[in-house]
Write a protein that binds this ligand. Structure first.
Ligand SMILES: Nc1nc2c(c(=O)[nH]1)N[C@H]1C(S)=C(S)[C@@H](COP(=O)(O)OP(=O)(O)OC[C@H]3O[C@@H](n4cnc5c(=O)[nH]c(N)nc54)[C@H](O)[C@@H]3O)O[C@H]1N2
Ligand SMILES: Nc1nc2c(c(=O)[nH]1)N[C@H]1C(S)=C(S)[C@@H](COP(=O)(O)OP(=O)(O)OC[C@H]3O[C@@H](n4cnc5c(=O)[nH]c(N)nc54)[C@H](O)[C@@H]3O)O[C@H]1N2
Ligand code: SF4
Ligand SMILES: [Mo]
Length: 758
């Protein structure tokens, strides 16, 4: 089969990046240039020393480094380190924030800093406090910090909460949840609530396990990958090497994405300097460009085509699944037009995708935020899992479902029990450990935490990393909500906008911690492929800094609050002992008990299915019916309407990462690959511009349900009609998307906005 780009009548007719200056290949020379510049910078030697340090990459959950050294993955493949890890390390190697900065710059001044400017202030080196009524952050000592923290926890447990981001270690994550739960609170909000929660919920419902069932080794046995709602060239660059290998061995890559991301068409990988770097390697063999939010319809279409083509594996369904009839019957009764109208793809395109899946011997279904950031995110995950089951691509090598996780240890946080949906098995183990039942009061996930705080129901919030203010939609609401909490403690390596906008009513503490490669003791992390890495101790380049290890902080606070009974919190200062408790209480983690003795990194047990037998009560996969989504956009009147003489239209706004940022932290302003030269841009479809009377490079206002951004430059590009794309976190100022009721995750990829201009 030749490579095909989706050509349905409604999609962009010319798929090649047409704007002058937009590269025709993802990755490529800019990557080498980035490495060279970073290496030649004054911090180059330190950067290389860090790259070679035996610890997992800080950046994404694909996972590189650990005991195999800085550049090897779990299979020992070399050259598996990408420029994103360099960006992340370089940011951590900045000098300390100069002494005068917090003394001289008032809060009002700090609030004017952009994300990049806040990050470029440098590393946090001393504890800081903002007291009620003061205009400046001030330094304070650790003894004072602990006194304030201890006092802040003396509230009813349901009024104490935590939020966390997935960069800290398993050991810190485990202590965080143990501290909260032992104290009587289940309020363990986590960034995964804004991220892959629909994958965890959806996969657990179907398979009884909420993570990827595909290891790196098994991925290499696939002959087809369906890559849905992922911009891996930017966010998981080393996955691209696997896709390049797959194409070379004759396999197919089906990409499903409303944006023709250039790196998903062609990617130049520095891991293959001769064959790929210069001209790029072809990635997508079939590129489908659906309407944003319609992926369930896309998969229903593929399922219907499998059914009509006679390629559904009924023997497999009968033997290894339940509920399959409730999935297959509606395929017969749902007319093709309902499916194609919903997703905007033609029947032929869907049939072609089904044909490729049907004739492949092993298909891996991989996805990221395009699937989960939807009002029906969990149903999307069900639809993918159903497709994998209907085509028999589960429970054997080279096949399966593979959510592509975000933060480098976000999956470890889930395993360690940092979740409001604690698995029964772990709850029982924790109750045995603590010698009493855990609180039965349900905890707040991230959105519920914001709502509860806004309602005045939260007194104390402990944030282990992250940027709760910047990561949430409706920034004004987030500010208001956090402003009703008495005390907020932010443990962080670097300042971010959240430390200046997400202020507590009385006391805000910003507390500097060692990052992964500096922590003076060993730690572990878990990749998105369920591989647990062991990170060696390190040291910091910061002179005269007063940093604390996250494990040290959490164990000390817990010791002050709860002492030695029923668990000895002082002893938990020792991460080796933390690992012993993890081995006893976390399902699949028994091998961690021996890791200090044998350095044995391992795959978490019970996650990778070699046979179609699943950890559900019946051992069968539980298929779930998935209704077609209803995708309507409001009229301009919903946003106040257009003024006389004004042009404009309502679009479904995708809010996404540029190529030069890590979540709420911006490293580089522009995004050359999408032709967006700065951050005040909106990527729009050319047909939409022509029809609405708006023009390329015109400055417009973009109005969402929570606010309006002015002077946004229109960039015409290869995006599905009716959709537009802007960069997060800035855009969170204006959107208030609906939330997927089953997972609590906001529809960040389909926020209605009105684009208007004169
Ligand atoms: N360099 C870098 N790496 C990162 C991060 C980072 O910020 N920078 N963040 C980390 C984190 S926490 C995460 S969660 C991941 C995020 O990784 P991704 O999920 O790849 O990141 P996003 O930028 O959110 O882009 C999602 C993709 O979904 C597509 N999309 C949007 N709407 C739809 C839709 O309705 N259907 C389909 N099929 N596709 C859609 C968009 O066009 C885009 O290509 O990356 C991780 N890695
Ligand atoms: N509109 C919109 N909103 C989104 C998204 C979107 O696509 N669109 N994506 C969502 C997603 S997928 C996610 S995961 C969230 C991300 O939300 P968060 O995880 O809350 O945000 P980050 O920007 O990753 O947090 C970065 C900060 O973490 C701190 N940090 C870094 N390393 C460490 C460490 O080792 N220890 C500690 N204690 N702190 C550290 C630094 O201070 C840094 O500034 O945002 C979500 N919000
Ligand atoms: S792909 Fe992810 S884990 Fe691997 S080096 Fe790049 S950022 Fe790090
Ligand atoms: Mo994420």
């Amino acid at each position: 089969m030749g490579d095909r780009i989706s050509v349905s009548a409604k999609t962009t007719p010319d798929p090649s990046p047409a704007d002058p200056g937009t590269p025709a290949v993802g990755g490529g020379w800019p990557v080498i240039d980035g490495w060279a510049k970073a290496s030649l910078s004054p911090r180059g030697p330190l950067l290389w020393q860090t790259l070679l340090h035996k610890s997992a990459c800080l950046s994404c959950a694909w996972g590189t480094g650990g005991q195999n050294g800085g550049f090897r993955d779990e299979l020992g493949q070399p050259l598996q380190r990408c420029l994103k890890s360099v960006e992340a390390i370089a940011a951590e190697l900045q000098p300390a924030v100069p002494e005068g900065v917090f003394a001289q710059r008032s809060l009002a001044e700090l609030q004017r800093l952009s994300s990049m400017e806040a990050d470029r202030l440098g590393r946090l080196s001393h504890p800081l406090i903002l007291r009620e009524g003061r205009s400046h952050y001030e330094r304070l000592g650790w003894d004072d910090v602990f006194e304030l923290a201890e006092a802040a926890f003396q509230r009813p447990p349901e009024r104490v909460a935590s939020y966390s981001s997935g960069r800290s270690s398993n050991e810190a994550a485990y202590l965080l949840q143990l501290l909260l739960r032992a104290w009587g609170s289940n309020n363990l909000a986590d960034c995964s609530d804004l991220c892959h929660a629909p994958s965890t919920v959806g996969l657990a419902e179907v398979f009884g396990s909420g993570t990827s069932m595909v290891s790196l080794e098994r991925l290499q046995q696939a002959d087809c990958v369906v890559l849905v709602g992922s911009n891996a060239p930017a966010n998981h660059p080393r996955l691209m090497n696997e896709l390049i290998h797959l194409r070379e061995r004759g396999g197919s890559v089906i990409v499903i994405n409303p944006v023709l991301e250039v790196g998903l068409l062609k990617f130049g990988s520095p891991a293959f300097p001769i064959k790929s770097m210069l001209r790029g390697s072809k990635i997508a063999s079939l590129f489908l460009q659906p309407i944003p939010g319609s992926d369930t319809a896309v998969f229903l279409g593929i399922q219907k085509a499998l059914l009509e083509g006679g390629t559904i594996k009924f023997d497999f369904l009968k033997a290894h699944t339940e509920g399959w009839k409730a999935v297959v019957e509606p395929l017969k009764s749902t007319p093709w037009e309902a499916i194609t109208n919903c997703c905007g793809l033609s029947r032929e395109e869907l049939e072609e995708a089904a044909a490729v899946i049907g004739r492949s011997s092993g298909v891996v279904f991989a996805w990221a935020m395009g699937i989960t950031h939807q009002a029906n995110g969990t149903a999307n995950v069900h639809a993918i899992a159903n497709t994998a089951l209907l085509s028999g691509n589960v429970g054997r090598p080279g096949a399966g479902t593979m959510p592509i996780r975000g933060h480098s240890n976000v999956q470890g946080f889930g395993s360690m029990g940092v979740t409001v949906k604690l698995r029964a098995e772990m709850q029982k183990a924790l109750e045995t450990l603590l010698g009493h039942p855990l609180s039965r009061v349900p905890g707040y996930d991230t959105r519920a935490l914001i709502e509860a705080a806004e309602a005045g129901a939260v007194d104390t919030l402990l944030c282990l990393g992250g940027n709760l203010w910047g990561a949430n939609p409706d920034s004004e609401q987030a500010r208001r909500a956090l402003g009703r909490i008495d005390t907020i403690l932010y443990l962080a390596t670097k300042p971010n906008q959240g430390h200046f906008h997400g202020l507590a009513a009385r006391t805000t503490l910003v507390l500097p911690v060692f990052n992964r490669f500096e922590t003076p003791h060993r730690t572990t992390t878990e990749s998105g492929n369920n591989f647990v890495r062991l990170n060696e101790p390190g040291s910091t380049h910061l002179k005269r800094a007063d940093l604390i290890s996250e494990v040290g902080f959490l164990a000390e606070l817990a010791m002050r609050l709860m002492g030695r009974d029923p668990i000895d919190w002082e002893r938990l200062q020792d991460p080796v002992y933390v690992r012993q408790l993890i081995a006893r209480t976390v399902p699949g983690y028994a091998p961690i008990a021996a890791i200090d003795a044998n350095n044995g990194e391992f795959s978490v047990k019970g996650r990778l299915f070699e046979q179609p037998r699943f950890p559900t009560p019946s051992g069968r996969a539980r298929m779930q019916a998935t209704p077609l989504p209803v995708l309507e956009l409001p009229e301009p009147a919903h946003f106040g309407g257009l003024a006389p003489g004004e042009h404009g239209l309502v679009v479904a706004l995708i809010t996404a990462r540029s190529y030069g940022q890590h979540n709420t932290v911006v490293y580089k302003a522009g995004d050359a690959y999408r032709g967006m030269p700065h951050r005040q841009t909106i990527l729009m479809n050319r047909g939409d511009l022509a029809r609405s009377g708006l023009g390329a490079h015109q400055r417009v206002s973009v109005q969402g349900e929570a606010g309006r951004l002015e002077a946004i430059e229109i960039i015409p590009g290869e995006i599905r009609e009716g959709a537009a794309l802007m960069f997060y976190p800035e855009v969170n100022a204006i959107i208030r998307p609906p939330v997927d009721a089953r997972s609590g995750t906001p529809a960040f990829k389909r926020a209605p906005v009105l684009v208007r201009g004169g």
